[in-house]
Design a protein around this ligand. Structure first.
Ligand SMILES: Nc1ncnc2c1ncn2[C@@H]1O[C@H](COP(=O)(O)OP(=O)(O)OP(=O)(O)O)[C@@H](O)[C@H]1O
Length: 443
């Protein structure tokens, strides 16, 4: 290492825990208190300096439950550095470790409520974060939550203020928006205002948060595979409307409506947004005992891992928590991922490409069938099964008498041909496959 490994003669550098565009994060050991901490280091010779701003914001946030504790800052020959409370995993890496890379509804809501509060606290001290994304939220290590202070520190903390901007002046008044502003933030989560070079305000942090919720619940964002800002913008623009909340509990649409109604100067109603998530949480039967996904034992997680959508994750939570509320169960069924399918099609169209279909998309396709069509399919399959039974038992029965469905007749004729050896059996449409499908539906 090119820098001294003992900072201020007290903090010993242990190992690297993070790397971002602005600096490197290391775990350090405090020789005085024998506690671990985190240090963010920024090279002095860097053109862009962000650490100073970061330190300023972090210091202002010291009364917030949702911020890492500031310890000290300093500088050596090579680096400026900030020493702060050591936090745990960030939400991006946690999500990626979950089955299908998504959080359950319960975990999303629990985190979401804290994330709203953490953003509110940043706004309260006069800054907009401008880079809201999952890797900028980290969990507090549980032992750091023990405190004599009556206000218990929160579990989820907001970090990284390198792109923050003051939106109020020294008199506490809103700063005039600039005419033209360069893009700020991370393309995947940036609001459309940011793509359009507009001055960002409090509402834009919440737009990014809404994208994050969709990503948490769906496992990805519709523009996930796009790299170019302009392309991401085109898709966002097309779909940044209420339909992005399709398949999510209706409170997310209300969340959407609220932030959509906000102008540059408006203060968001954070309390209302928290209440929305809290209402969803209760409506689905979750309570204080509902665990975060990473607290659920591996064997129980297997149930969730098998599930193709949020609906199933939700059902698994019910199974795990023992809640048998029929109403909330049926509401949970509404949580289907119509959203992603719609977007993937659009991205393919715009870019003239076809993404390989994953098993998941096939599953969600079948899942999106309405109950009626599922019933119809079951009835048809029953007919098919009884017909097959008739064939096997050599009963004299004509398919026309059983059903008028032309598709079924075609399938039946195909089967007859195969039985009579007129048509080659292939893996895509074999009689055994058809029988297999019938069995799947019936058993
Ligand atoms: N106090 C902390 N304790 C533990 N880990 C931390 C701490 N601060 C940051 N990290 C980890 O380091 C990663 C990068 O930190 P941070 O986002 O502050 O750096 P950055 O250079 O601004 O990153 P980016 O360019 O991605 O915005 C975080 O995602 C987090 O996992």
């Amino acid at each position: 290492m090119t820098f001294e490994t003992l900072l201020k003669g007290r903090w010993k550098l242990l190992h690297k825990i993070g790397q971002g565009g602005f600096g490197e994060i290391y775990c350090v050991y405090d020789l005085d208190t024998q506690q671990k901490a985190a240090v963010k280091m920024e090279r002095i010779d860097r053109n862009k300096r962000a650490l100073r701003l970061e330190i300023a914001v972090l210091r202002k946030l010291q009364n917030s439950r949702f911020s890492a504790k500031f310890i000290c800052c300093g500088r050596n020959q090579v680096h400026n550095y900030l020493i702060m409370e050591l936090l745990g995993s960030n939400l991006s890496s946690l999500r990626k470790k979950q089955p299908q890379r998504r959080f359950s509804l319960a975990t999303t809501l629990k985190l979401g409520i804290q994330m709203i509060s953490s953003i509110e606290d940043v706004h309260e001290v006069g800054f907009i974060h401008r880079d809201i994304k999952a890797s900028n939220f980290s969990l507090r290590i549980p032992k750091n939550m023990k405190t004599r202070n009556p206000i218990k520190p929160a579990y989820c903390c907001i970090i990284d203020f390198g792109l923050a901007r003051k939106y109020i002046n020294s008199e506490g008044k809103l700063r005039e928006p600039r005419e033209e502003v360069g893009f700020r933030g991370t393309a995947r989560y940036a609001s459309t205002n940011s793509h359009e070079g507009k001055e960002l305000s409090r509402r834009d942090d919440l737009w990014s948060l809404l994208y994050l919720f969709v990503e948490f619940l769906e496992g990805s964002l519709p523009w996930e595979r796009l790299k170019e800002k302009e392309e991401i913008y085109k898709i966002k623009k097309k779909f940044t409307n209420i339909s992005m909340c399709n398949g999510l509990p209706e409170e997310f649409a209300l969340f959407y409506k609220h932030i959509e109604s906000l102008e540059y100067e408006d203060k968001p109603d954070y309390q209302y947004l928290r209440r929305l998530l809290n209402t969803t949480y209760k409506r689905y039967g979750y309570d204080v005992n509902t665990k975060y996904d990473w607290e659920i034992p591996q064997e129980d997680l297997q149930i969730i891992r098998k599930s193709p959508s949020v609906t199933k994750s939700f059902d698994s939570q019910i199974a795990l928590t023992g809640t048998t509320n029929d109403q909330s169960r049926s509401q949970g069924k509404k949580l289907v991922s119509a959203f992603s399918k719609e977007y993937i099609g659009e991205i393919e169209k715009m870019n003239n490409i076809v993404f390989p279909k994953s098993p998941k998309s096939k599953r969600s396709k079948s899942k999106s069938k309405s109950q009626n069509s599922q019933k119809r399919e079951k009835k048809n399959n029953n007919q098919k099964k009884s017909l097959l039974g008739d064939i096997v038992n050599n009963k004299d029965s004509s398919f026309d008498e059983k059903t008028n469905n032309v598709r079924e007749i075609n399938e039946f004729e195909k089967m007859m041909k195969m039985i009579n050896g007129d048509e080659k059996t292939d893996t895509s449409s074999s009689l055994s496959d058809d029988i297999g499908k019938c069995c799947c539906v019936i058993f």
